[in-house]
Write a protein that binds this ligand. Structure first.
Ligand code: UN1
Length: 495
């Protein structure tokens, strides 16, 4: 059991109140992974003050130098990859290969953003007047409040912290209370890499208190949040009222379309990976499979057969396909949603229950669950469940399938399995989601491109990578005109 502290102004400290909370292993409730500082307002005040104090020196540090620190941090994460991956499995529950993948994403993000330190380019364009030049430069925004979820406990912090830092911002980072140890290990890598004090501050604590206070704090200039729609919308309201920039990345009700000409075995594999990978706890999870009526029965038969063979258990054990869900409240919520699905008339063909057999008896395990004969009006087809529950919906044709996919409040990710190039082109154009996959599942976005959705899935700019993701979110444009003619020149008028 480990004592996990805040990191404020270059020091590891307990919370002012001295209170703590526990982070437990969801596969084995009795195992405490860390005893963690439970912060309150005073701790956030101190962290914001430290971030403000460090801002000028960091903003004026040449970006390539900032990049060198990120590069070293990525190397440290790489060195510790195995132990970090195992920690992810213990603290969050995802199976080891996925834990290692999560760490790899953070390593990739670190190297990628380190390189951006030498490329934070803007534009220089000619002036319409003689002896005058003009350019746009990327400048930092100030102190960023970063709030991250538990489902990608190292990767998502890396999507936010690395770009915020390379652009010259300083940070107050509030990770999920379900995965504070992973977040701390991530911060430790940056500390070991030589990040100056005050540039990155870590504050643990409950979202309702610490996160909301951070988002509204006068010492913070901008906020980036990933988590549920309800919380994100509340934070958008708080920030909107005080004229503060906020980026939110929220839920999804993502769907895979399976056309009658699809490679059906490939589509089944995609649906399994998208629906039950990470125990369905990805905002990109494929919680709906919309199947052409000509292959509906055949798909269900194959999908059920494959899903029923998935092995549930502790993700550290070899051969486990699906780990536990994160905590008791999610466990109860998912089972409630399953009951609602049954009452609404959807047909449950697999799972639907907690699993308490064998090595599942000590954790929050829910059997991979499949509903068929689902219609888009049903709650299970509309609400994000964030667990191992997949709804199969029948469609008449491509247009009908696209209509069904678009008929939710969310718009993060979608996919189509088809061999027809024209069908894929129509889907690519008409699916109302931030990300579209062709012949691949709805999960597994890469960091070199922006990540994020539309409608209830996100607000503001995109996340993660690509210029439109990382850099545009964490910097703003400043435009400079320089007149060296020595006389008054008037644009538009002196032409
Ligand atoms: C999330 O669930 O919040 O595309 C992010 C994916 C992952 C990221 C998911 N790379 O599924």
């Amino acid at each position: 059991m480990e004592r996990i502290k805040n990191y404020i102004d270059g020091k590891w400290v307990d919370s002012k109140s001295g209170e703590t909370f526990r982070s437990n292993n969801p596969a084995n409730k009795g195992e405490v992974v860390g005893v963690v500082a439970r912060s309150g307002r005073e701790d956030v005040d101190q962290a914001a003050k430290a971030a403000q104090g460090a801002y000028d020196a960091w903003r004026l540090t040449p970006a390539p130098r900032r990049g060198e620190i990120l590069f070293r941090a990525a190397g440290i994460l790489l060195r510790n990859k195995e132990s970090l991956g195992r920690l992810e499995t213990r603290e969050m529950g995802k199976i080891l290969s996925e834990g290692l993948g999560d760490v790899q994403e953070a390593i990739d993000m670190g190297y990628y953003m380190a390189g951006e330190g030498r490329r934070l380019s803007g534009e220089t364009v000619p002036s319409e007047l003689p002896d005058k030049d003009m350019k746009s430069v990327r400048v930092p925004i100030g102190v960023f409040g970063l709030i991250t979820p538990w489902n990608f406990p190292i990767a998502i912090p890396s999507w936010k912290v690395f770009p915020a830092l390379i652009c010259g911002n300083t940070v107050v980072f509030k990770p999920s209370s379900d995965t504070p140890v992973c977040a701390t290990r991530f911060v430790e890598a940056l500390v070991e890499a030589g990040l100056p004090k005050g540039v990155l501050n870590l504050v643990h604590g409950p979202g309702g208190e610490v996160g909301e206070y951070l988002a509204s704090h006068p010492g913070v200039d901008a906020v980036s949040f990933t988590g549920s729609f309800d919380t994100g919308k509340r934070l958008e309201g708080i920030c909107g009222a005080i004229h503060r920039m906020i980026v939110t990345e929220m839920g999804g009700k993502n769907a895979i379309i399976v056309m009658d000409d699809a490679n059906l075995d490939l589509a089944v594999e995609g649906a399994l990976w998208g629906g039950f990978g990470t125990t369905g706890q990805r905002c990109t999870a494929a919680s709906r499979i919309v199947v052409h009526r000509k292959v509906y029965r055949k798909f269900i038969e194959k999908f059920k057969r494959r899903a029923s063979r998935l092995k549930l258990g502790d993700g550290l054990q070899k051969g486990t396909d699906v780990g536990p869900v994160i905590n008791e409240s999610q466990f109860n919520k998912i089972l409630r949603e399953v009951e609602i699905g049954k009452k609404e008339g959807a047909k449950l063909i697999l799972g639907g229950k907690a699993c308490q057999k064998g090595n599942c008896s000590e954790g929050y395990f829910i059997e991979p669950t499949v509903f068929v004969n689902v219609t888009s009006e049903m709650r299970i087809a509309r609400e994000e469940i964030f667990g191992p529950v997949v709804s199969v919906i029948e469609a008449d044709n491509l247009e009908d399938a696209i209509r069904i996919v678009n008929r939710t409040a969310y718009g993060l990710s979608s996919a189509i399995y088809t061999q027809d190039i024209n069908s894929s082109a129509v889907a690519e154009r008409d699916l109302e989601t931030g990300i579209v996959y062709i012949n691949a599942s709805t999960i597994g976005a890469e960091i070199q491109l922006p990540f994020g959705g539309i409608k209830h899935s996100g607000y503001g700019r995109k996340e993660a990578g690509g210029r439109g993701g990382a850099l545009d979110t964490y910097s703003r444009w400043k435009v400079i005109y320089r007149d060296f003619s020595g006389r008054l020149q008037k644009a538009q008028i002196d032409k």
